[in-house]
Structure formats: structure tokens, C-alpha cells
Design a binder for this molecule. Structure first.
Ligand code: PGA
Ligand code: ZN
Length: 391
């Protein structure tokens, strides 16, 4: 039984205030944190300032005391109903922190085991070079790698780190100044073509695939896609050609949010005409109703799953279930403003998702990789484990 809940105002990796919720039961204390995004979809839950949440939390928590934590779905139903439209009454940030902490309490420890996952592991999708609103010199937000050549999780994690270091070494050998952005991705002054050339040649040495997150809603203004760094302004048709050309020229295996978040039909045209994973993040916002629209229109063959977008874990599972049944590539994902809570690693293994997007460098990213390594180690001692088959 839930005896008490505690709220702590903590910091995320950008130094912004966010919430940690601790659920106290007879079995112990179970905490979870809420990460925060910067390129947020407009249909995401509303986040409230932590100072405001602190104000109503003492009254709010009374509603949850007495719930059976193993019945986490009932707690989630309460949060969904009481939270109102897009969780605007209690804040999607408070809601997801409560929901995750209750799931941890229900599991009594290992969330991935509680969810039934043990044998298959997701490939880590690593952000090597960055830009966009996370910081950098290109409007494309993320230049990613998938270590498909690796046969074990430890090898896959190591490969992503080696690719990140190989890019760094490449830049340092040429005296090119570089930095790191919000997600620990490398930034340096270069256009997207040069970046892709460098990344593709490094990735090839490691048998890894290359992808991008275009976060296209962030460059969309008055019906056009704007790329100030190259002076390019594209209408939706030209954007489709642009993305198609990128996929073909660089043999990309993954493209996320190549169009504005309401443009389900351009997504569908791209999905029809290329072989790679076309993944919806801001398009679906982990929302089952938006996924239904996308499925009807065949808009994408991949979906980002972010707990913060769902507001409760039950709502995430509803979306995830639907995506799995339809054979979509499921990508459990971090946010740019992260904490060291490795919850998404359990979620990725627990749901048997194909990919986990958790970054490569920085303590808040490494914490997810380390949790995956720990689960791999433990489960391989118990029996056979393998990487999920993606292609
Ligand atoms: P965000 O971006 O966490 O800053 O919203 C992540 C993404 O677009 O995948
Ligand atoms: Zn994205």
C-alpha cells in the first residue's frame, strides 16, 4: 500500500529544475525523476513549474495514499482523469514522475523483469554529432549511429563510444575546434553534408548504420522549412526531395521527424519511397490516438516512446502495444534535459523494443547504458540473451 509520497525539486542535466517523486510503501522507498525536452511536440502534456507543483503537492498526494502500488494501472487512471486535458491541472511532469515511481514500487525492484523482458536487448541509438535547439552549427538536430555490426550489448555500447571518440580524434587531428551540446553530442562548424561524410566513413569502420533526427518542426515557419546556415528555404515538396536525397546519398538507416508534426501525409510519402526506418517523435508524441491516425495513413514504420510524452506509463504501454502489433520499430527514448534515473533502460528491455535512444556521453546518458550493461550481465548468467533482430 502507498503510505506516502515525497516531492523533491532536483536539477536536470541542463541545470533546470525538475521533479523527483518518492513513493513510500511497506516494501521500501522508490524514486523516479522527470526529464525535460527542448524540442517538444505541441501535443505533449503540459509541464508546470516545480514551484507551482510544490504548492499543491501536500493536498494532491492525499488522493494517492492508500492505493495498492501493485495495481499501478489504477493509479495511472486516477492521474489521467484528475490531471485533466493534457495533464494541465497537475502537470505532465508530476504525473509521469509519480507513475514511474509507482511502477518501480509495483515491481519491487527490477522494472524490466516485472514487465516480462529478459532475453532480447535493444540496439542503442547513439547521438554522435548534434545541432538544432540542443546546440551546434547545423539545423539537423542529431546525427546518430546504430551499431548493427555488434552482436552483444556490451559490444554495442562500446562501439558507440568508439565512434564518438573517433570523430573527436578526427577533429583534433585537423585542429578543428569542437564542443558538446545538451545531449553530449559533438558540435563543430560544418554543414550537414560534411558531417554526414565524416560520420558515414567512421561508422563504416565499425559496421554501424547512420541516421538523423531532423526535428523538422523546429525549422518550420509559415509553411516553409528554413535552414539559415546554408540559406536554404524549402517548401514541403522540396523538403521531401531533400530528405529522400539524404537517405539515398548517405544510405541512412534511420530518419526521425523529417517533416512538421502535423504533416502525416509527407511522412507517408517518404515511408513509401525509402527503405530505412522513418520514425515519428513529435508526430505521435507517444499518444495512442495520434498513432491511430498515423497507422491509417501509413505515415511511419517507427515510433519514439517517451514516458514524458505519455504522462503515465500505462498510456505509454497502450501506444507501445499498438505499435508492436503493427510491426513498428519501437524506440524508447531519453530527453535532452536528463537525470541519472535509468528508468528508460528497464522500459526498453521490458518491452523488448528494437532500439533505445539514450545518448553516448555524459553521466546522465551513461547511466542508461550502465543499467543496460547490468541487466545484460545478470540475464546472460541466467541463460541465453541476444540483441533484438531489427533488419
Ligand atoms: P528533446 O529532443 O528531448 O529536446 O525534446 C529529443 C528528440 O527530439 O528526440
Ligand atoms: Zn526527436
Amino acid at each position: 500500500m502507498i503510505r506516502d509520497l515525497e516531492l523533491t525539486a532536483i536539477l536536470n542535466s541542463r541545470g533546470e529544475e525538475t521533479v523527483r517523486v518518492t513513493v513510500v510503501t511497506e516494501e521500501g522507498r522508490f524514486s523516479s525523476d522527470c526529464p525535460c525536452g527542448k524540442s517538444r511536440g505541441s501535443a505533449e502534456p503540459v509541464f508546470l513549474p516545480v514551484s507551482r507543483i510544490s504548492g499543491f503537492f501536500p493536498e494532491f498526494k492525499k488522493n494517492l495514499i492508500g492505493f495498492d502500488e501493485t495495481d499501478f494501472e489504477s493509479v495511472d487512471s486516477f492521474l489521467e482523469e484528475f490531471g485533466g486535458e493534457r495533464f494541465s491541472k497537475i502537470g505532465g511532469n508530476l504525473s509521469i514522475a509519480v507513475s514511474q515511481a509507482v511502477l518501480k514500487a509495483a515491481a519491487g525492484g527490477d522494472v524490466y523483469r516485472f514487465l516480462g523482458g529478459r532475453r532480447v536487448f535493444p540496439y542503442p541509438l547513439g547521438n554522435v554529432i548534434g545541432g538544432g535547439v540542443h546546440g551546434g552549427y547545423t539545423e539537423i538536430q542529431e546525427f546518430l549511429v546504430v551499431p548493427f555490426g555488434s552482436e552483444t550489448l556490451p559490444e554495442a555500447v562500446r562501439t558507440n563510444v568508439e565512434i564518438w571518440n573517433a570523430v573527436r580524434t578526427y577533429l583534433e587531428a585537423r585542429g578543428i575546434p569542437w564542443g558538446r551540446n545538451d545531449e553530449g553530442a559533438i558540435t563543430f562548424k560544418a554543414g550537414y553534408r560534411k558531417i554526414l561524410e565524416i560520420l558515414c566513413s567512421v561508422a563504416e569502420d565499425y559496421g554501424a548504420g547512420v541516421g538523423v533526427d531532423m526535428a523538422a518542426s523546429t525549422v518550420f515557419e509559415n509553411g516553409e522549412y528554413r535552414y539559415p546556415s546554408s540559406g536554404k528555404v524549402l517548401d514541403p515538396g522540396e523538403q521531401l526531395e531533400f530528405v529522400r536525397d539524404l537517405v539515398r546519398t548517405f544510405n541512412l538507416v534511420y530518419v526521425e521527424d523529417p517533416f512538421h508534426e502535423e504533416d502525416f501525409s509527407s511522412f507517408a510519402e517518404l515511408t513509401r519511397s525509402v527503405k530505412c526506418v522513418v520514425c515519428g517523435d513529435d508526430l505521435f508524441v507517444t499518444n495512442p490516438e495520434r498513432l491511430e491516425i498515423g497507422l491509417n495513413l501509413k505515415s511511419a514504420n517507427g515510433i519514439i516512446l517517451k514516458p514524458t510524452q505519455a504522462g503515465t506509463v500505462s498510456r505509454l504501454f497502450k501506444t507501445e502495444n499498438l505499435a508492436r502489433k503493427k510491426g513498428m520499430i519501437r524506440v524508447v527514448s531519453h530527453r535532452s534535459g536528463e537525470t541519472c534515473d535509468p528508468f528508460i533502460s528497464d522500459l526498453a528491455v521490458g518491452t523488448g523494443s528494437e532500439l533505445v535512444k539514450c545518448g553516448i556521453m555524459g553521466g546522465e546518458r551513461v547511466s542508461k547504458a550502465n543499467r543496460l550493461l547490468e541487466i545484460w550481465e545478470r540475464e546472460s548468467e541466467r541463460g541465453r540473451v541476444r540483441m533484438v533482430r531489427v533488419r
